[in-house]
Design a protein around this ligand. Sequence first.
Ligand SMILES: [Zn+2]
Length: 69
Amino acid sequence: MGIIKLIIIVLFVWMGFWLLKKFRKPIDRIKQKSSSNIMLACSVCKIHIPRNEAIIQNNKAYCSKEHLE
Ligand SMILES: [Zn+2]
């Protein structure tokens, strides 16, 4: 009886993790999409670049390392 209970508990825990993984993935995708849609203007050349590609320093965005210096 004890072993069967243990197996059931393990199965439930595993199911819980599996469900968490399944439901987390779409949320992460939405987050990534929304963050990449945010455009920042380079402080030097005023070109607009996605936030995930921009170099941010002192609350200012730069399109490349050359403009950072
Ligand atoms: Zn620039």
